[in-house]
Write a protein that binds this ligand. Structure first.
Ligand SMILES: [Zn+2]
Length: 102
C-alpha cells in the first residue's frame, strides 16, 4: 500500500471529491482507508447505557484506496508515488518533486 496512516490525502472520486483529510486508519488487506471528514455515513442508534447518545451519529466509512491520492508533504501537491531503495529500506518518492516522502 502506498498510503499509510497519518498521510494527508485528496479524495478524487465520489461525493467527497476534492476533499482533503488525514488518514485515520488504513486497512491494507481490504485496500481501504478511513479519511477524516470524508465519506460520512449516518448511523441511527438507540440510547444504550454505554453510549447514552440517541439518534443519528455521523461517522466516516472506509474509502477504497483508488478513490484517493496522496498529497506530498514536501510539495503539497497530489502525487503519484514511486518506490526507491534507500539504505536497504523501501521508501516512497513523490513523482512530482522527486523528494522522499518518508
Ligand atoms: Zn512532492
Amino acid at each position: 500500500m502506498n498510503i499509510r496512516k497519518n498521510d494527508t490525502v485528496l479524495v478524487i472520486s465520489g461525493k467527497d471529491k476534492g476533499k482533503k483529510g488525514k488518514v485515520r486508519y488504513a486497512f491494507p488487506k481490504e485496500k481501504r482507508l478511513v479519511v477524516e471528514g470524508a465519506n460520512m455515513i449516518k448511523r441511527h442508534t438507540r440510547a444504550r447505557a454505554m453510549t447514552r447518545q440517541a439518534g443519528i451519529i455521523e461517522r466516516e466509512a472506509p474509502l477504497h484506496i483508488s478513490k484517493v491520492m496522496l498529497i506530498c508533504n514536501k510539495c503539497n501537491r497530489p502525487a503519484r508515488v514511486s518506490f526507491r531503495l534507500l539504505e536497504e529500506k523501501r521508501v516512497r518518492v513523490c513523482s512530482s518533486c522527486h523528494e522522499v516522502i518518508d
